[in-house]
Design a protein around this ligand. Structure first.
Ligand code: AHR
Length: 524
């Protein structure tokens, strides 16, 4: 009997050890192999006139008790400066195709109140207009990506808007801008020609949109004399928002035969992560591992989506002159209970941070074609970087991913060989790990590892050649639960912490915790 009990306890001990046994992922990378540049514009953001994204999130007005610079809140500006946001897309989204820029310039008291019919029919004071947007962009050190109104505007209206923003010569519109306090022309880095023209932008056929695109491309131009050559404004055409490729076929085929009179530099692509499809139903807090798995599974579709569209683009543009611009992406969860459904307010959890890293890694692997992306959206809307409530502000887990990824901006992609392994749970199979490596301008090597496994840590064993690595240090972002969030009351539940990593004989060893994002710098 004693022997049976002893062998039983031995088996239990073995099972216990097996249950917690660590997984190991073997990676290898040759730091001397250089891929495409990971364009810093992949870390762009999107700020639409929607809910509290602009009003309250950015704009509180000069008379607010919330500390501000010319009406723009200081806490938000300081937080965004730290992210080196390369570009901000504004004013929409669906809102762009109903926006008439003239209503948002000039003395605040004279601006008309309008209805935001794209998002809940709320009254818009128009106090955040072109000059306020440009002020915001300059305060955070970013570049403007404006979407012009094709759906309910005219080429003339859009052309005059560009002239207002960019003309240096003393035209009437340049003088008007000067009278509004801005004598020097603004820089506009990117111009989107319409938004989702196959749906909220006017429900156009591809052929109808193409006829508009050609006209806008021909007549809506940047007049800033400094924006020539490499700093010319890039024009971005509406692209797909669904996996089918007919729209891309039509637009790219036309582009292949374009003459001198029209052109575009980028094709937009929109894809949101909605774990249960539309209408969205996945909660942004209080969910479990099953919802976590479904959401990550759904987000990984981005890779296949890009491949499909790239195959068509490669057919008509083998030299990859036209960039694929993923100017709306991110998690779209159910609105937070108690909020106005038209404001698209959701919390942002560790799950969203992991989802962000997976998408950024996908974009980096497609960097030869995908050269710009804008997460939706910057503040208080969808997968936000920042949440505000009147004077309060909190940084989300997604914010910290963007901060951890700073070294990847404009770094050179280095391919990583690895077997991602698999995690099976609730009928869903996910890769266990994901990895991204790049070299920055100073020659430093950076390695990112995402551990998707919600329960098990993973030992990383990375063989590094092509560079003599002497030391490694880094940060890990994780939290007790997949739905851990930062709140105004408890803002530091999901924040990066230092992680220890060892380097010996060209091998890097570290353990990455379950459900985590880790970025390591490897120093020569
Ligand atoms: O980001 C919210 C909305 O999603 C945008 O306005 C629209 O372009 C997309 O459908």
């Amino acid at each position: 009997m004693r022997r049976i009990l002893l062998s039983l306890s031995f088996m239990v001990a073995i099972l216990a050890v097996r249950g917690t046994a660590q997984e190991t992922a073997h990676l290898s990378l040759d730091a001397s192999k250089a891929g495409a540049k990971i364009d810093r514009n992949l870390f762009g953001q999107f700020a639409e006139n929607l809910g509290h994204g602009l009003y309250e999130g950015i704009w509180v007005g000069p008379d607010s008790t919330i500390p501000n610079t010319r009406g723009i809140r200081k806490d938000v500006v300081t937080a965004l400066q730290a992210l080196k946001v390369p570009n901000v897309r504004w004013p929409g989204g669906c809102f762009a195709d109903q926006y008439h820029w003239r209503k948002g310039v000039g003395p605040a008291a004279q601006r008309p109140a309008t209805l935001n019919s794209a998002w809940g029919g709320v009254v818009d004071s128009n106090s955040f207009g072109t000059d306020e947007f440009m002020d915001f962009i300059q305060q955070i050190g970013s570049e403007a990506y404006v979407s012009v109104n094709v759906g309910s505007g005219t080429p003339q209206e859009a052309s005059e808007w560009l002239e207002y923003m960019t003309a240096a010569a003393p035209t009437a519109l340049a003088k008007e801008r000067a009278a509004n306090g801005h004598p020097a022309p603004y820089t506009v880095g990117f111009m989107g020609i319409g938004n989702e023209s196959w749906s909220c932008g006017g429900d156009m056929t591809a052929d109808y949109y193409l006829s508009q695109l050609k006209i806008y491309s021909r007549f809506v131009n940047n007049d800033n004399p400094a924006q020539t050559g490499p700093s010319k404004m890039l024009k971005i055409a509406v692209g797909p928002g669904f996996p089918e490729t007919e729209w891309t076929e039509a637009v790219m085929k036309a582009w292949q035969h374009h003459d001198w009179s029209w052109d575009f530099d980028g094709l937009s692509l929109h894809w949101y992560t909605t774990a249960n499809g539309w209408p969205v139903s996945t909660p942004s807090t209080g969910f479990g591992v099953e919802d976590y798995g479904k959401t990550l599974k759904s987000t990984l579709f981005m890779d296949e989506f890009l491949r499909k569209q790239e195959t068509v683009m490669d057919k008509y543009d083998p030299q990859k002159k036209v960039a694929l611009v993923v100017d709306e992406w991110g998690a779209w969860h159910a609105p937070l209970p108690g909020t106005n459904k038209d404001c698209l307010v959701q919390q942002n959890s560790l799950r969203d941070a992991i989802l962000a890293s997976l998408n950024l890694n996908i974009f980096a692997r497609h960097a030869d074609r995908v050269r710009m992306a804008n997460i939706a959206q910057m503040i208080n809307v969808l997968q936000a970087m920042i949440l505000t409530d009147k004077e309060k502000m909190v940084l989300t887990p997604t914010y910290y991913v963007y901060r951890m990824y700073l070294p990847f901006q404009d770094a050179t992609f280095v391919p990583v060989d690895f077997d991602p392994g698999t995690v099976h749970r609730d009928g869903i199979t996910l890769p266990r790990v994901d990895a991204l490596a790049a070299r920055d301008a100073s020659g430093k090597l950076w390695l990112e590892i995402t551990n998707l496994d919600p329960e098990k840590p993973v030992d990383i064993d990375a063989e590094i050649t092509g560079m003599a690595v002497k030391s490694a240090k880094g940060e890990i972002l994780t939290a007790p639960a997949v739905d851990s969030v930062n709140t105004f009351a408890v803002p530091n539940s999901v924040v990066p912490k230092p992680v220890s990593a060892k380097v010996k004989n060209g091998r890097l060893a570290l353990t990455v915790e379950p459900k985590s994002v880790t970025v390591i710098s490897l120093e020569p």
